[in-house]
Design a protein around this ligand. Sequence first.
Ligand code: URA
Ligand code: CA
Length: 433
Amino acid sequence: MRMVDLIEKKRDGEKLTAEEIRFIVQGYTQNEIPDYQMSALLMAIYYQDMTDDEITSLTLEMAHSGDVIDLSSIHGIKVDKHSTGGVGDTTTLVLAPLVASIGVPVAKMSGRGLGHTGGTIDKLEAIPGFQVEISNQTFTDLVNQSQVAITGQSGDLAPADKRLYALRDVTATVDSIPLIASSIMSKKIASGADAICLDVTTGDGAFMKNIKDAERLAKTMVRIGKLADLKTMAVISDMSQPLGEAIGNSLEIVEAIEALKGHGPADLMEMVYVLGSQMVVLAEKADSLGAAREQLEAAVQSGKALAKFKEMIHNQGGDAEVIDHPEKLLTAKYTFELKALESGVVARLRADEIGVAAMLLGAGRKTKEDTIDYAVGLKLHKKVGMPVKKGESLLTIYANQADVTEVEKLLYQNIAIKDHGEEPILIHEIITE
Ligand code: URA
Ligand code: CA
């Protein structure tokens, strides 16, 4: 087989076979295929697309290009939850202890944040002492004993995807549905779950800017999940504005604690219950979504969900006192109120740019090497669709710098107050096949 022939085939819109895709992924991983040929193929895929069979072959080849985590020593059906990216997305922090509290094993591997998107691992590290680097043995033991553990990506998962992603980043080929779908699903398959619940976000803060593209991505991932023998479903959710009220690491831990007490922001609570119900059904701990939701709401009401979060923090070396004294986490030196310049209704809170504002304060990383300031971030007081009076606070800025002029300027540019504004639909669609 010659790579040049395969590039030509894809360029001309033909379908690549499983053997050809194996040749490509293995050849690239072993440095037998150079970046310039791979770049040409990526661009051909970008224009010509791929069939479900091709995407499935690509996904499986990438999944098996490195370590595949074996979670078989964990009892029960392991359900993973994955979001395609968001701003102030506190869902995983709430969902993990919540579904674990009703007996769903949660063996969660999470990532760090980059740019305007946050990462669950960074948020957990805002808790003093919390260890995200735990051995595979400790990880599986904790899930067996306590139903929940969260770790940073361990091992060498889908190295082919890592290299391809870096190449896509510099060849303008990130934005391709078959490439995104195979990239995400290869890592999910390599991380060993039995079932997966996908949150495909849409809007300014997300990869997919419109619902049509989000729907195509979601359907593609659900189909290839099934072809790869993984129970898979997807929710298409709004990320035109940040989720919940808190954006920033400590602030989101506090928000998660409130949500586990049942007092979280309405949109966050709804996301948690919708995704959580799906996870409980996938794990076969309830027969229907309605019954699953009742169990979850009861676990919040009774305090069982919050107790599980406390247990999880304790198990991983963190200071569980923060549960009863969340104010301990809020240590930013300065706070500033961003006042509305006019009266009206909030019509826009552009998620990606608000994420950038939080990043500029130090809550996120511009480059992989940047360090994070856990204390800083934003707390929204008004969300899209809410009325506001001139002079009222739109949000609080938590900073460790005395001058936040640039951040305020960016925020004002990305918050619109108009005569009308409509609360966005939070969940557009649920895709199960
Ligand atoms: N997230 C991924 O992991 N891969 C992509 O290609 C896009 C988003
Ligand atoms: Ca939030």
